[in-house]
Ligand binder design. Structure first.
Ligand SMILES: Cc1ncc(COP(=O)(O)O)c(C=O)c1O
Length: 506
């Protein structure tokens, strides 16, 4: 029998609710929902202490303990077999990821029973939630090899990017007014830089090479004694390219520091900020080894809950920021506001699972994300490129495998998406108020508007299955072939006509 804690929680006579209000329940009944379908997947789990199970006429006798690992396995299997017929396949893992049921499991007590304000110092409700939130912080710090004191909770990577870039630039503005970033950053980085330009700062937007990586010589040439911060993302959200983070960190510590001395001894080197939203838990990151001073992180890209992120802010040598949110002085005074305990616990658990998972990065067992995702990525790419001609891979083949960006030449990406209603993907076009703009990231790689518009991003994640990949490939091949048959341009290409040589009238 399938029951949910929500149902139990709402009906006050049910055992969960009674147990919960009796306080300190170790028998929290929990519900799990398949990450990509809305149907309840598994029923209930009990906390370790089974012995104190409440005898109650209302007890659900079909309920049985389910371990987190079992719940996880069921979630993976259920992804395919329990999908309702009208639910599309989700291949948009860079947009967001489903919450891992094990993460939800860790969070639930903090929505029901342990609801104290983690900043309340005078009673046990505050102490227990503070301990839980700090444990979450510790897991995040361990994932990036940082000290927990260097992890500042925020609402997500957008806020962290704003906080880091605006915060550093404004703090050091008396001496330094120059910022460096790249043309392919996320909008929230680019817009933060634009906002700073309005305040009088100078910003260099570095171009990228055709594989999406920056050229380190160009970075070196752009550095000035007055450069306060360099912001280069670790993994790009559209093409999965991985930037040479270690090399950048090293350059700022050596050449950048030398330049800064021109402004007088004691002038800090340019700080290195990286937007790690798409990298956290996907590829190994060691902030010390890479010379990172600030890093933005987001929980919902990592199978954690939405609405929480963090900013790593180095303590030694200290990075100073002007906070963008003022208030009670929480989070080292850098980000005031009450920590959302359940979200912090969930983010922490997602980070803990990612670390555990990445420790097995070389393991060929497909249960582990990296092996699983790499195998599915290869399966998708091989399947499509062996059956469809004129497909280009955008970005660097050595990039993050879970983000595959393909151009299906001579087809309009939006028509492709319209014909693929049962698959959730992103296209190489972005909706602005009036029109469809070609993606600025693809344009920065050198793609023309037509090829940018003909591109799709396939985002593969922990819960994607082989069946889903095969279904998607069959669908793509059929739709691309059908659309090309209808396309006069495709016919001309088939006849050997060079489209660039045509002078179109009108
Ligand atoms: C690279 C990158 N940075 C920042 C963000 C924003 O993250 P959040 O949704 O946590 O604000 C995203 C999400 O789309 C992203 O992919």
């Amino acid at each position: 029998m399938i029951t949910t804690s929500l149902r139990w929680g709402i009906s006050g006579t049910r055992p969960l609710y009674r147990k919960a209000i009796q306080g300190r329940t170790s028998l929290l009944q929990r519900a799990y929902v398949s990450p990509t379908s809305r149907s309840p997947l598994a029923t209930v789990a009990h906390e370790a202490n089974q012995s104190s199970r409440v005898a109650n006429d209302d007890q659900d006798h079909d309920a049985h303990p389910v371990s987190r690992e079992e719940i996880f396995s069921r979630a993976i299997e259920g992804n395919w077999s329990e999908r309702p017929a009208n639910r599309p396949i989700y291949l948009d893992a860079q947009s967001t990821t489903p919450t891992d049921p094990r993460v939800l499991d860790a969070m639930l007590p903090f929505y029901i029973n342990q609801y104290g304000n983690p900043h309340s110092r005078t009673h046990a409700y505050g102490w227990e939630t503070e301990t839980a939130a700090e444990q979450g912080r510790q897991h995040i710090a361990e994932l990036i090899h940082a000290d927990p004191k260097e992890v500042i909770f925020t609402s997500g990577a957008t806020e962290s990017n704003n906080m880091a870039i605006k915060g550093v630039a404004r703090f050091y503005k008396a001496k330094k007014n120059h910022i460096i970033t790249t043309q392919t950053e996320h909008k929230c980085v680019l817009d933060s830089c634009r906002a700073l330009q309005e305040e009088g700062f100078e910003v260099t937007y570095l171009p990228v090479q055709s594989n999406g990586q920056i050229n380190l010589d160009e970075l070196k040439a752009a550095l000035r004694p007055t450069t306060s911060i360099v912001s280069v993302m670790t993994v790009n959200n559209e093409i999965g390219v991985i930037q040479p983070i270690r090399e950048i960190g090293h350059m700022l510590k050596t050449y950048g520091a030398e330049l800064a001395k021109e402004l007088g001894r004691g002038t800090p080197k340019p700080f290195f900020h990286t937007d790690g939203a798409q990298a956290l838990g996907k590829i190994p990151i060691d902030v010390n080894d890479a010379g990172i001073d600030l890093m933005s992180m987001s929980s919902h890209k990592l199978y954690g809950p939405k609405g929480i992120g963090a900013c790593y802010v180095r303590r030694r040598p200290r990075v100073r920021l002007e906070p963008i949110i003022s208030g009670g002085g929480q989070e080292r005074g850098l980000r005031s506001g009450t920590i959302a305990t359940a979200l912090a616990v969930g983010f922490g658990e997602a980070a803990r699972l990612a670390k555990e998972n990445m420790a097995r990065i070389s393991d060929t067992n497909l249960q582990y994300d990296h092996a699983h995702i790499s195998a599915l990525a290869k399966r998708l790419q091989d399947n499509i490129t062996s059956r469809v001609e004129m497909v280009l891979l955008n970005g660097d083949p050595k990039g993050y495998p879970g983000c595959i960006n393909l151009t299906f030449q001579y087809i309009e990406g939006e028509s492709l998406l319209m014909a693929l209603k049962d698959i959730c993907l992103s296209s190489g076009s972005a909706c602005t108020s009036a029109s469809l703009e070609p993606s600025y990231v693809l344009r920065a790689l050198g793609l023309d508007d037509a090829n940018a518009h003909s591109s799709l991003r396939f985002g593969i994640g922990r819960f994607t299955t082989e069946q889903e990949i095969d279904f998607v490939c069959d669908k793509i091949v059929a739709v691309v072939n059908r659309l090309r048959e209808l396309s006069p341009l495709w016919e001309m290409v088939q006849d050997g006509i060079d489209l660039k040589s045509i002078e179109w009238s009108g």
